[in-house]
Design a protein around this ligand. Structure first.
Ligand SMILES: *Cc1c(COP(=O)(O)O)cnc(C)c1O
Length: 396
């Protein structure tokens, strides 16, 4: 049977694999040998499930948004990842990987972060599980994301500002990889999205797949059928989308819509619409689509949403787009902002700016009244209030 899941060599079609320096070969090999073995033990499953329930607050509700549904002429359910502890889906992955790291005998967790959301989730779980935590962050981002930096420090993590390159996410990633090369034995590198060398994209997708597992059960309760007509999610690296679609990926009854960040417009030179603008290249150990110039140099991406301005895209999603399994829409800054205000006024839910891109896709799809739509609200908007205030679409 045709599948869109990863193959045994770590590829999704032409995308993925593990393009890594020789010195990391053993680390990645060890992880590859360990992750499925550990994740399939009863003991891991139980501890993971218990923490997701009692610490994160899962299952997250599947909420029928009536006023939003009326507006778009279909039945829209929101998968409320914004209600998780720490305010987004990233905690699911961080818990799973720290549990794995412990079982691999690691003492030290390293991570890189751009907007700081993944850094906060990682620092949170490291506090909970008493693990040393070092977070690499571009100096520019340290300055832009002051509150998240203070949160990480309060949680006991060490934040290392990176001053190479543009001093943003990809420079922080390079530093984290350098650290891993120097401490291969005691250090676990915790990647926050479905990116990086195999097995990371598959591992992160599996850890986030609790989202679609819950959607199945919850839809069955609400609708007497366990699949929707549409699944909609935003994509930065792709982890909340991967979790949303995981159990439906090979079920062609379910249409998949991915919303990437158009920024100021895909032809404006200020965009993060990686799937539409990207060409095949290698980033962060993975062969995927990436925004690059003629010489293969990465072009700095732009989006109003810090969580979506990544120059690459997870290999799973690159393949879904290439195979036309998913429809990819670029949602511009202003469209995301309007969609966020709309959800706030219609349903009393202030979404994260990233999630607002998924909401922005609603007006671009022609729904039938009988369509059942599940849209993942990946996070809450508390961190984005200033941006919302600076960009108000209403004049009241
Ligand atoms: C980090 C983040 C994203 C983007 O990451 P994915 O791996 O694509 O999910 C989306 N929404 C929120 C709230 C985030 O914090």
């Amino acid at each position: 049977m045709k599948t869109y899941q990863v193959d045994k060599n770590g590829f999704y079609g032409n995308f993925g694999g593990a393009y890594i320096p020789e010195i990391l070969h053993q680390c990645v090999q060890n992880l590859k040998n360990a992750y499925l073995k550990v994740m399939e033990t009863e003991e891991f499953k139980q501890e993971f499930a218990q923490l997701l329930r009692d610490y994160v607050g899962r299952p997250s509700p599947l909420y029928l948004a009536k006023r939003l549904s009326d507006k778009y002429g279909c039945k829209i359910y929101l998968k409320r990842e914004d209600l998780n502890h720490t305010g987004a889906h990233k905690i699911n992955n961080a818990i799973g990987q720290v549990l794995l790291a412990r079982r691999m005998g690691k003492k030290r967790i390293i991570a890189e972060t751009g907007a700081g959301q993944h850094g906060v989730a990682t620092a949170t779980v490291c506090a909970l599980m008493d693990m040393e935590c070092i977070v690499y962050m571009g100096k520019t981002d340290v300055e832009r994301q002051h509150i998240n930096v203070e949160k990480m420090k309060m949680l006991g993590a060490t934040v290392r500002p990176v001053t190479s390159g543009n001093m943003t996410l990809k420079d922080a990633t390079n530093e984290a990889i350098r650290d891993w090369c120097c401490h291969p034995d005691d250090t676990y590198y915790l990647i926050g999205s479905t990116v990086g060398p195999h097995p990371y994209p598959d591992m992160v997708a599996r850890l986030q797949s609790v989202i679609s597992e819950e959607i199945r059960k919850q839809l069955l309760e609400h609708e007497m059928r366990d699949y929707p007509d549409y699944l909609i999610a935003c994509v930065g690296g792709g982890s909340n989308a991967a979790g949303t679609i995981y159990h439906y990926i090979d079920d062609e009854r379910v249409k998949i819509v991915l919303a990437e960040a158009g920024g100021k417009g895909i032809h404006s030179g200020m965009s993060a619409a990686t799937i539409q603008l990207g060409r095949l290249g290698i980033i962060h150990g993975s062969k995927t689509l990436l925004i690059q110039d003629e010489d293969g140099q990465i072009i700095e991406p732009y989006s109003i949403s810090a969580g979506l301005d990544y120059p690459g895209i997870g290999p799973m999603h690159a393949n879904l787009a290439a195979q036309h399994r998913a429809t990819v829409l670029a949602i511009n800054d202003d469209e995301a902002i309007s969609a966020a205000y709309e959800l706030t006024r219609l349903e009393g839910i202030i979404p994260a700016l990233e999630s607002a891109h998924a909401l922005g896709a609603l007006s671009k799809i022609k729904f039938k009244p009988s369509d059942i739509v599940v849209l993942t609200v990946s996070g809450r908007g508390d961190k984005d209030i200033e941006t919302y205030l600076d960009n108000q679409p209403y004049n009241d």
